[in-house]
Design a binder for this molecule. Structure first.
Ligand code: S3P
Length: 438
């Protein structure tokens, strides 16, 4: 949840949607680039850093830890790396804001330092489970105090770490990354094995910064005691931000949108496959590579969608896209069945509960289960829903408003700035009818 004032939005039926939509930089890549740049030797440049509250919080934390970061327009950042052992104790608590990625990765990074640190977050982050990182880090020798598994976290410095061979109980790139970052400071080998492969940005970026690492889908292995060499990072556009426009373009009659140079890492694009299974018309043009990541323009045209039984194998590859998938399902013909997605209950909000409450308030039939839901396509009514302090819930209901019978009012939308600054302007620029509720 954003710390600012409460802002409500109203999204009205609109269309057709048209134009070029340039979504901002990838959140996951921006967090990692900032952290690795900070502990590398030399000066790293980040192009296309996400100017969102989450990633700015991570940059501010690195500054508090003694790293000089120069900020320029359009997401240009110059990070003056201090080397693996060059961070200094901060004077106060380190505020990760709304960012689970920030807090979990920093916990791993800080476990290897010589000094103590305290990590705090906003109301939503303060409810998110941290044992998934603190338990395996403790097994590596770290000492971390939590509030019964929740933030704030106090990370004790000066603890010698040893490598670990760890099989993750849940597929989580954040947990994997926390362990790999701690592994940089550990004696011996750290290996992480995942039940399902998750996004591999930490692995790819460690390699780009010159750290020896072996990885393949579902496995990553490194040893401590090397050095990171500064490098330049080009951040692709965030697929998770593009997702709102992919669904909007699919469900609004007459729509045609182009989203240039979006990151298409296969561990992120599950929604693309899901929407195509539902009948969506989404093409990739100008496919290429940028900064070692596959990128391409996404071109979406309106197409009638039908319900599907979502293959469970797609769940980790679209873990952040379920709120907007539920909107696509509500606008589709027939039922969509989601299962194997219990992790949605521990995101920025309980996303199964938040989406079920919001869709019901708009007259959509949805049956919620512990690990998923069945969403019945049909008319979407006008109404008032709450974002539950969750940026992706807010933006998903903006998309629902496009095809609703009347205005959809969404309570508490300031949190959209955590991941998608400028969302309202971009949306209205291509034909949405979105404004601040009076
Ligand atoms: C992220 C991993 C995912 C995702 C989050 C970003 C990352 O979380 O939901 O938005 O950057 O590593 P989990 O690791 O909890 O699945």
């Amino acid at each position: 949840m954003s710390g600012g004032q409460r802002v409500d939005w109203t999204s009205r039926p609109a269309g057709p949607l048209n134009g070029v939509v340039r979504v901002p930089g990838d959140k996951s890549v921006s967090h990692r680039a900032m952290m690795l740049g900070a502990i590398a030797e030399g000066v790293s440049r980040i192009h296309g850093f996400l100017e969102g509250e989450d990633t700015r919080a991570t940059a501010a934390v690195m500054q508090q830890l003694g790293v000089r970061i120069d900020a320029f327009a359009d997401g240009e950042r110059v990070v003056h790396g201090v080397g693996l052992h060059g961070l200094r104790a901060a004077t106060g608590a380190l505020d990760c804001g709304n960012a689970g990625t920030g807090m979990r990765l920093l916990t791993g990074l800080l476990a290897g330092q010589a000094f103590d640190s305290t990590l705090v977050g906003d109301e939503s982050l303060s409810r998110r489970p941290m044992r998934r990182v603190t338990d395996p880090l403790a097994a590596m020798g770290a000492r971390i105090d939590s509030q019964d598994g929740l933030p704030p976290l106090h990370v004790h410095g000066g603890q010698p770490l040893r490598g670990i061979h760890y099989t993750l109980p849940v597929a989580s790139a954040q947990v994997k990354s926390a362990l790999l970052l701690a592994g940089l400071y550990a004696e011996g080998e750290t290996e992480v094995i995942e039940p399902h492969p998750t996004r591999d940005y930490t692995e790819r970026m460690l390699a780009a910064f010159g750290w020896p690492i072996a990885f393949s889908p579902g496995r990553a292995k490194l040893t401590g005691g090397h050095a990171l060499r500064a490098t330049d990072v080009r951040v692709p556009a965030d697929f998770s931000s593009a997702a709102f426009f992919l669904v909007a373009g699919s469900i609004v009659p007459g729509a045609e949108l182009r989203l240039p140079a979006v990151g298409l890492n296969p561990r992120r694009t599950g929604l693309l496959q899901a929407l195509r299974l539902m009948g969506a018309d989404i093409r990739i043009e100008n496919a290429g590579e940028s900064g070692g990541e596959p990128v391409g323009d996404l071109v979406v045209r309106h197409a009638p969608l039908h319900g599907i039984e979502l293959p469970e194998a797609l769940v980790p590859d679209m873990i952040d896209e379920f709120p907007v998938l539920f909107v696509a399902a509500a606008a589709a013909e027939g039922a969509t069945v989601v299962s194997g997605a219990a992790e949605l209950r521990v995101k920025e909000s309980d996303r199964l509960a938040s989406m079920a409450a919001g869709l019901k308030a708009l007259g959509v039939r949805i049956e919620e289960r512990p690990d998923g839901a069945t969403i019945h396509g049909g008319p979407i009514g006008a109404g008032r829903i709450g974002s539950h302090g969750d940026h992706r819930i807010a933006m998903s209901f903006v998309v629902a408003g496009l095809v609703a019978a009347g205005p959809v009012s969404i309570g508490d939308c300031a949190n959209v700035a955590t991941s998608f600054p400028g969302f309202m302007e971009l949306a209205n620029g291509c034909g949405f009818a979105l404004d601040v509720a009076g």
